[in-house]
Design a binder for this molecule. Structure first.
Ligand code: 5GP
Ligand code: MN
Length: 323
């Protein structure tokens, strides 16, 4: 049985390593990218060779945080000294990079998903952290590195996105104190918001309007569901990696406790995104279906069924289970 480690143990493991590779989860969000970019910058400042290894193109929303950290192939001549999965805690969240990850002499997990269990040599999983960026904020000084504006920008982006702009119940006093400290060192908060939220492609807006227009209420108006098929992507010109914020828009409807967005990733491979407002534990429901996440934001992938089939099954199951 692997255990949770202290941040000091994580820092010591990283400081013993010369080459460190960081592995954020697929469908990268602001926290996965922000935490990885911040840790990568800090490790480089500490004199390490560090890269963020990715297996997909960077989503538009987070691309501005990549200041030369991300690569699909780090091109190392020897096996990495340490491999760290960031904002995720299972191989399924970085499937094409699993082999490279496991080649690390030391493997480390830094995550805040409550569905993650310690599974590597060193693990720091803190389900109370609003974002993985909060954990990285505490870790960086233990590497002997000062947080500068560039590192701070990446951390701030992670915190803003995972707290829904400081709105969700994961937002704590500590979250605000970290944000205040980041302001104090000159992190450009308003500019980060523009990059994250006021920089959308028109096609994304057309896709969103289609998703909202097609949405169906069920369970007496306590739940809502909408689907993105490949046909809808073609018609709107939108992309599957630019649907951030849409499940939240569905959740925000009055009376809705639970929002579901189905995304047809490939034929009979459907990504399900779930959001809840108050009581329904979407992490537990997603875990039962092979996924995971947080109590109010989680997801899983359904294979072997069409969008319509997954939709019908979900509506039946969730209508029964909604309190
Ligand atoms: P999203 O709906 O935005 O893709 O994901 C919401 C949250 O649930 C994120 O924190 C994300 O990391 C997590 N999540 C989404 N899909 C999965 C999954 O298949 N497995 C696990 N473990 N977490 C997921
Ligand atoms: Mn996160």
């Amino acid at each position: 049985m692997k255990k949770n480690n202290t941040l000091e143990e994580i820092a010591a493991g990283l400081l013993r390593s010369n080459t460190v590779l960081l592995f954020p989860h697929i469908s990268m969000d602001g926290d996965a990218m922000g935490s990885s970019a911040a840790l990568c910058a800090a490790l480089r400042k500490a004199g390490k060779t560090a890269h963020v290894v990715v297996e997909e193109a960077l989503p538009d929303m987070v691309a501005f945080l990549d200041k030369g950290y991300c690569t699909e192939n780090p091109g190392l001549s020897a096996r990495p000294d340490a491999c760290v999965c960031v904002d995720c805690g299972e191989y399924r969240r970085f499937p094409k990079r699993k082999e490279l990850f496991c080649s690390g002499a030391l493997t480390v997990c830094i995550d805040h998903h409550k569905t993650t269990v310690p599974f590597l040599d060193l693990n720091r999983i803190d389900g109370n952290a609003a974002a993985t960026a909060e954990i990285v904020y505490d870790l960086i000084p233990l590497l002997g590195v000062e947080i500068d504006a560039e590192i701070g920008t990446a951390l701030y982006a992670g915190i803003v996105t995972d707290t829904g702009k400081f709105q969700y119940s994961n937002t704590s006093q500590k979250t605000h104190l970290i944000a205040a400290k980041l302001h104090a060192i000159g992190v450009p908060a308003a500019e980060i918001s523009i990059m994250l939220y006021q920089n959308e492609r028109m096609e994304k807006r057309r896709l969103e309007s289609r998703i909202l227009g097609d949405a169906e209420l069920f369970a007496g108006g306590r739940a809502v569901i909408s689907c993105i098929t490949r046909k809808i992507l073609e018609e709107t010109g939108g992309r599957l990696d630019e649907t951030d914020g849409v499940t939240e828009a569905l959740r925000d409807i009055r009376g809705v406790e639970l929002a579901c967005l189905l995304k047809e990733k490939a034929d009979r491979t459907i990504k399900v995104s779930l959001r809840s407002k108050r009581d329904f534990d979407v992490a537990a429901f997603s875990e039962e279906n092979g996924g995971g996440g947080h109590a109010r934001a989680a997801g899983f992938t359904a294979k072997g069924r069409s969008v319509e089939e997954v939709k019908a099954l979900l509506m039946r199951e969730l209508a029964e289970r909604l309190p």
